[in-house]
Design a protein around this ligand. Structure first.
Ligand SMILES: [Zn+2]
Length: 461
């Protein structure tokens, strides 16, 4: 889960039921062109980037270990098949960029195989498991590995059979905590995500991080999840015959966020807001951050989106929310001590600017005031409203001083609170909501069609 965005009073109300799925697809970048692009027919082999200079994750070298030896060759023209040419003895080798291509070397630096300039080189196990170490991670890789030099760094792609890929991602993203029907739904979603071809322009389908789905090769697999994947083999979600763009999140508090609210762009019929009140006891995240005025300034000035902000922040205001009614904040304004106004549009930009769990929050101001309570006692309590000169009760809307009803005095509004629900972008499938539907007896197919209205379940051969 993301780190706390700030130190001041963070309280969680209600137990947190964390599915590993909460981590999925939290960071979706360049969403608009990706969402509206055309896609080819689904493939039976998935190309997963484990290192990519194009995504800023290129590496200078990769190490491979396979006791049974290596088959060395190239990738077929469609990018999905391995074409063997030679073999190497078992043990450890390393792959590095060399003269525009790549070079396979022994552990002591002897050059064993090289590719031509701008050519890729592929390796797979000739017997036994193949372990890859690159970028500080270790993977036991099914399928084959393709290495290519891109701008002087190494791109590493693991081409893996589709159903094996789904089982591998189930182990990293879902684990075994959720119900069987929710895990069945996730297996269908995980299968559908690479069909979105998010990174096709870079020569692979998906990356192995939360940007797409976390993939660590063969990793903590368990037989129960494998059987769940087998029970949905080949199934994926379509809209008007094409694979949908699968988006999912931990929880949303009661209504999913529309894609338009999250990223702007044209409306996507199956990514509109869907309402399902989420039980507070089962909420993935119910959170609160509270600041004094000076703490708020420190917090905002530590965020790059607020570069140049001046002390004495006057207000944070929610100007607009999701037109679908989900509550996600789509336009936020911050007015600093010099009356400079910072405006942030779309809920994902609001969430990433503040680094909150979600953009589904409200803002309230309060002051400590002496209030008469029962028995004639006077207590200091947090007051969030005042009675104006018009005799009506109003919420505080800024740090501006507030008139004290019935007197000529003013009092300081000294705190601001952000009360939020949910985690992640809030678009599409909710892990928390799914569990509630399962508790009511619904199947995984119902869950998918509930959160992606108007879609169908299709099946690959
Ligand atoms: Zn990605």
């Amino acid at each position: 889960m993301r780190s706390n965005p700030c130190k001041p009073t963070r309280s969680k109300r209600g137990p947190v039921r964390l599915l590993a799925a909460c981590l999925l697809a939290l960071a979706v970048t360049a969403m608009l062109p990706y969402l509206v692009s055309a896609r080819p027919a689904p493939a039976n082999v998935i190309r997963v980037a484990l290192a990519s200079p194009s995504l800023g994750t290129g590496v200078s070298r990769a190490e491979l270990v396979c006791d049974g030896g290596f088959s060395v060759g190239s990738t077929s023209a469609d990018g999905r098949g391995f074409v063997g040419r030679s073999s190497l003895a078992g043990g450890e080798v390393r792959v590095v960029p060399a003269d525009g291509g790549v070079s396979v070397q022994s552990a002591d630096g002897e050059v064993l195989v090289t590719s031509g300039a701008d050519e890729a080189l592929s390796l797979r196990s000739a017997g036994g498991s193949l372990t890859l170490r690159c970028g500080g991670k270790e993977y036991v890789c099914p399928g084959f590995l393709e290495f290519r030099a891109v701008g002087g760094a190494l791109q590493v792609v693991n081409a893996v059979e589709r159903e094996t890929y789904v089982k591998c991602v189930m182990s990293t993203e879902i684990g075994g905590a959720a119900s069987r029907e929710t895990r069945r739904a996730f297996s269908v979603l995980i299968r559908t995500v690479p069909m979105g071809q998010k990174h096709a322009s870079y020569g692979f389908d998906v990356c192995g991080t939360t940007c797409c789905q976390v993939y660590r090769g063969i990793f903590r697999q368990n037989e129960e999840n494998d059987a769940i994947v087998d029970s949905t083999a080949g199934e994926y979600v379509t809209y008007e015959g094409a694979p949908i763009h699968c988006l999912y999140h931990g929880g949303n508090g009661g209504a999913s966020c529309s894609s338009v609210a999250a990223w702007g762009g044209p409306e996507i019929p199956y990514l509109k807001s869907v309402s399902l009140p989420e039980d507070a006891d089962n909420a993935s995240e119910v959170w609160r951050y509270e600041f004094t005025q000076s703490e708020l300034f420190d917090f905002l000035s530590s965020r790059s989106r607020f570069n140049g902000i001046r002390d004495g922040v006057e207000s944070v205001r929610i100007e607009e929310t999701d037109p679908d009614g989900s509550g996600y904040v789509t336009l936020l304004s911050v007015t600093d001590g010099d009356n400079n106004v910072f405006e942030i549009a779309t809920s994902e930009k609001v969430r990433t600017a503040l680094r909150f769990q979600s953009a589904n929050f409200t803002v309230s101001y309060s002051m400590d005031a002496a209030v008469a309570v029962a028995g004639g006692e006077v207590e200091q309590v947090a007051v969030t409203r005042y009675v104006g000169a018009d005799g009506e009760t109003h919420e505080f809307e800024s740090f501006a001083d507030c008139p004290v009803a019935g007197t000529d005095a003013v009092a300081d509004v000294d705190r601001i609170a952000f009360d939020g629900v949910g985690s992640g972008h809030g678009v599409g499938f909710s892990a928390v909501g799914a569990e509630q539907l399962v508790d009511q007896g619904y199947s995984y197919k119902y869950l998918l069609q509930f959160y992606f209205p108007g879609t169908q379940i299709s099946k690959l051969a």
